[in-house]
Ligand binder design. Structure first.
Ligand SMILES: C[S@@+](CC[C@H](N)C(=O)[O-])C[C@H]1O[C@@H](n2cnc3c(N)ncnc32)[C@H](O)[C@@H]1O
Length: 433
């Protein structure tokens, strides 16, 4: 077997999109070195190809940067979750701000003024998709290791809400006896106002004993509901329901389906809602209407309905059913519409019936909807909530070409110590008043 290459010394020039330190290799190509920071001199060993460049592993820190911080989590370096804990918060926040500015600059907005990011505190994440494995009969529960399918067994987690962390050990104990958990699965935990909501994706079908075990677990640990689904299946079954599930969104109580999308933290949700509301046209008439595209459970629709009537478009049947049921009990200002915005995007004429359009698309962005938004003539504001700067940049380029100006850009850091970046970007028509 060939020996691994000897480590080489590198000067780190910048951070890449995934948060790796990037240096220039001897052949001029970039070398991506996880856990290295700009300004540092490091030794690293090349491990393979990565895109146009090479991946390497850090072997020694020769000259640390002043931006370096002591990672607080005992799993740092093994767990693939919070890979940026080695960077102090102020430069980390500035990195996120600069990434949004860069994406908007590439879209044709080089002078965009980007606000300071709202960085959410530790112990506030209310949604976790935990991987499950059975190793020699013993359940392993945690997040994937960086760049691998292996699962790092966790006893704690610094970003998750303590109410979810408190379930790690009891879950592992219960899973030992669950026949429907054979080799692999996942546990999606959503912390609702009614308590933790659990969706187990399993590689077996729960039998009678499993159902009794799950019902006992739900009662013992204050979970109103436990649902099970096959590993890759879309349909879940409520295996234990010992109470009602609910979460308040904009003051309206919604009953989400198991595993439903929630903004990752209450603080992140509040920052997004505040930036969206601040981006609305200053004067909305009594007849004004707002469209909320990719509305999910109505996280934005209900707060928006305090300012105007809202039509909320959403493609997932479960989400739109929950949104519709909640809307019917909330004063009639929100109308829920099930629509697949990839197959059937809103046409410019439909969009022009609104004073403002809010869109919060999935990671891939809104490639099918965006050209039609750019072609509107009456719409006053487009408020884009993004979880992917690359897709945002691509979509914003169309608005720039159509003459939309950028009114504000607010980064929101909901995934503390990660390379993920969310943002609310407001586009307005014409020149600034
Ligand atoms: C990032 S989530 C945002 C949800 C909501 N705005 C919130 O803040 O909680 C994106 C939403 O887009 C929905 N979605 C994804 N693809 C869609 C499509 N083609 N048409 C309509 N909705 C879609 C998903 O079901 C999900 O609810």
């Amino acid at each position: 077997m060939p020996l691994p290459p000897e480590p080489t010394e590198y000067d780190i020039a910048r951070l890449g999109a995934a948060g790796d330190g990037v240096a220039q290799g001897a052949d001029g190509r970039p070398v991506f070195i996880p856990y290295a920071l700009p300004g540092e001199r490091v030794a690293a060993r090349v491990t393979g190809k990565l895109g146009e460049g090479q991946a390497a592993e850090l072997t020694a820190l020769l000259r640390p940067a002043p931006e370096r911080a002591e990672p607080p989590c005992p799993y740092f370096g093994r767990c693939g979750g919070c890979t940026m804990q080695h960077m102090a918060i102020p430069p980390y926040a500035e990195w996120k701000r600069a990434r949004l500015a860069e994406a908007l600059s590439r879209a044709g907005y080089p002078d965009a003024v980007v606000a300071e990011p709202a960085v959410t505190p530790p112990q506030t994440r209310r949604r976790a998709d935990l991987a499950l494995r059975r190793a020699d009969g013993v359940p392993v529960l945690g997040f994937h290791a960086r760049g691998s399918g292996a699962v790092v067994d966790l006893d704690t987690c610094l970003v998750l809400d303590p109410a979810l962390v408190a379930l790690f050990q009891p879950l592992k104990t219960m899973l030992r006896s669950l026949a429907a958990f054979r080799r692999e699965g996942s546990a999606v935990l959503n912390l609702l106002d009614s308590g933790p909501d659990l969706l187990l994706r399993l590689d077996g079908i729960p039998n009678v004993a499993d159902r009794a075990l799950l019902a006992d677990f739900a009662r013992a640990h204050g979970l109103p509901r436990i649902a099970c689904a096959p590993l890759k299946g879309m349909v879940s079954e409520n295996v234990a329901q010992v109470g009602a599930v609910s979460i308040a969104l904009g003051g309206v109580s919604v009953a989400p389906a198991p595993g439903a999308f929630l903004q990752a933290t209450p603080q992140g949700e509040a920052a997004i809602v505040a930036a969206v509301l601040a981006g609305l046209p200053p004067k909305l008439t009594g007849k004004a209407r707002i469209a909320d595209l990719y509305a999910g459970l109505g996280t934005l629709s209900f707060p928006l309905s305090a300012r105007a009537r809202v039509t909320a478009y959403e493609g997932a049947p479960d989400a739109v059913a929950a949104l519709d049921a909640a809307a019917r009990h909330s004063g009639g200002k929100v109308q829920a519409v099930r629509r697949d915005l990839s197959r059937q995007p809103l046409m410019p004429k439909e969009l022009d019936a609104f004073a403002a359009v809010v869109l919060d698309p999935p990671f891939a962005g809104a490639a099918d909807q965006m050209p039609l938004l750019a072609r509107t003539t009456k719409l006053e504001r487009i408020i884009y909530v993004s979880c992917n700067p690359a897709a945002l940049g691509r979509d914003a380029k169309l608005l720039q070409a159509a003459g939309w100006r950028l009114a504000s850009a607010t980064p929101v850091d909901q995934f503390l110590w990660s390379a993920q970046l969310e943002a609310v970007v407001v586009f307005a028509r014409g020149r600034k008043a």
